[in-house]
Design a protein around this ligand. Structure first.
Ligand code: ZN
Length: 497
């Protein structure tokens, strides 16, 4: 028996799909070195150019988070478990002064004197009213409370449904998106009839139907550095249902600056995470991840997929945490990160510590106002994307590829998606070489050929292109926007996913 290294879903693809690997070593650094020696593909995901653990990867030894210089030298022994927890966009991760400051209430302080429940409401909430932990006073607290839901998608759907049913007095919903057919597999606040409608309007209509006593404010916009403070200030707490890093950091920072609790949840494939970030009582998101991973390092749910039931489970864990903060009951997830694996049906809890060096909630904060979060996360802004629509030298549009095909030009089209995606749709004449097998199969490609690579959206094929360039292939172009844009611009009959 050795030291067990537990790998999250996102990293397993680089380790032959294994979730647990037993290695020997007396220090965590030695075990990680061995892990990388066994699975060299993990190196770039775990270590930076200087060989240090990347700061968006949290390392846990048993239940304790270790960080900085302590990681390599932390002693470990047979039977210990080392868990690597990278940030994931559909969700993220972990570490803090256990359960908040001693003696301080970990709850919101709701004022209920002016709140009355009508006869209808008393009938509606009777199962709450007979529950000692809620009762009349608790139900009034719920009615007095206001919660901002950021996102009306996978997590926002169960949140909206159950918080409305529970009788939260006022719900705000921020979302700029329109209901798409591909949302319906998990975004259950929207129905088939809502496809094409604004998500905020569809969500509001459903909530009004479930519970007309709930006031619903809708914000048909993205949450931005310009509007976040003003919107969030109007609510008692935020529940974060976002699926991208810029918004996640924005929500965190605005909540820290405004002193609001931020109920966090994230999902990826079959794994979920939940916590309560509240800088006044415990750690914030940046205590765990001071900086985001570089773009493209972590796949999004749009690229990686997600089992539709998972956001239901995680969203309801968040709803439950939100309600506890309002009722003043139970033990909130402050300073605790809950990890959930739907395939193994396992919950695991990790301690989170407040980081005294946290850039926003630490002792000497360097972030004192909201910043440009797209820039922070290395994502080009809309303007820059427009400009790059000029199409780079190493890129090609779907329309141009189709024109080349129609002209009978000689080139090789390589699809680097996975087999299960190929089965959903593929471009006639393309050859499938999944990115996961790309380096091993590179010899199948002739370096004299003109090569076009594509994936779903263009991210993975850009990686394949880099691999080809690194191996001496020079005539390689990346299909801009991937097969999704092909479906939009060239073949509208092709299914999109
Ligand atoms: Zn912090």
């Amino acid at each position: 028996m050795g030291v067990k290294v537990l790998l999250p879903t996102a990293l397993r693809q680089y380790a032959n799909g294994q979730d647990t690997i037993e290695l020997a070593g007396a220090k965590v650094g030695e075990v990680i070195d061995q892990l990388i020696a066994t699975y060299p593909e993990l190196k770039g995901h775990l270590l930076d150019d200087d060989g240090a653990i990347r700061n968006f990867v949290n390392v846990y030894l048993n239940e304790d988070n270790i960080r900085g210089d302590d990681i390599v030298n932390a002693p470990c022994k047979d039977g210990d478990e080392i868990m690597l927890v990278p940030a994931v966009a559909g969700g993220a991760v972990l570490d803090a002064a256990s359960e908040g400051k001693a003696g301080e209430s970990p709850y919101l302080n709701m004022v209920t004197e002016a709140i009355e429940l009508s006869k209808d409401e008393i009938a509606r909430y009777s199962r709450h009213l007979i529950l000692p932990e809620v009762g009349m006073e608790g139900q009034k607290k719920l009615k007095a409370a206001s919660i901002l839901l950021v996102g009306a998608g996978g997590l926002g759907s169960p949140l909206g449904l159950y918080l409305a049913a529970a009788g939260i007095g006022r719900l705000g919903i921020v979302d700029f998106d329109v209901v798409d057919e591909s949302n319906l597999q998990r975004q259950v606040i929207h129905g088939t009839k809502d496809v094409g409608k604004l998500k905020v309007d569809s969500a509001k209509a459903t909530i009004n139907d479930i519970n007309p006593h709930v006031e619903v404010d809708v914000y048909n916009t993205g949450l931005t550095s310009e509007n976040a403070m003003e919107i969030i200030a109007q609510y008692d707490m935020v529940i974060d249902g976002t699926d991208n890093f810029p918004t996640r950091y924005l929500v965190n920072d605005a909540c820290v600056l405004l002193g609001k609790p931020n109920v966090y949840g994230s999902i990826f494939r079959f794994e979920g995470q939940a916590s309560v970030f509240w800088a006044e009582k415990g750690p914030c998101y940046r205590c765990l991840y001071p900086e985001p991973p570089p773009p493209g390092m972590v796949p999004s749910c749009a690229e990686g997929g997600v089992i539709g039931i998972l956001p239901g489970i995680v969203g309801l864990l968040q709803a439950n945490e939100g309600v506890k903060l309002i009722l003043g009951q139970g033990k909130p997830l402050i300073g605790r990160l809950l990890l959930f694996n739907a395939l193994d049906m396992k919950f695991r809890e990790l301690k989170l510590k407040k980081d005294p060096k946290c850039p926003i909630c630490g002792e000497n904060p360097t972030v004192t106002e909201l910043i440009d979060y797209n820039e922070f996360c290395g994502i080009p802004t809309a303007g820059e994307t427009e400009a790059s629509e000029e199409i780079g030298l190493d890129e090609i549009t779907p329309v141009e590829v189709k024109a080349r095909m129609d002209r009978g030009e000689d080139f090789v089209l390589i699809d680097v998606r996975e087999q299960h995606e190929w089965e959903i749709c593929n471009i006639q004449g393309a050859t499938l070489i999944p990115l996961s097998e790309f380096e091993a199969r590179i010899d199948e490609l002739d370096s004299d050929s003109d090569i076009v690579v594509h994936c779903k959206l263009g991210g993975r094929s850009a990686k394949a292109q880099d691999i080809l360039f690194a191996n001496g292939y020079s005539k390689v172009k990346n299909l801009v926007g991937g097969i999704t844009r092909w479906a939009d611009d060239v073949d509208p009959s092709m299914p999109k996913y």
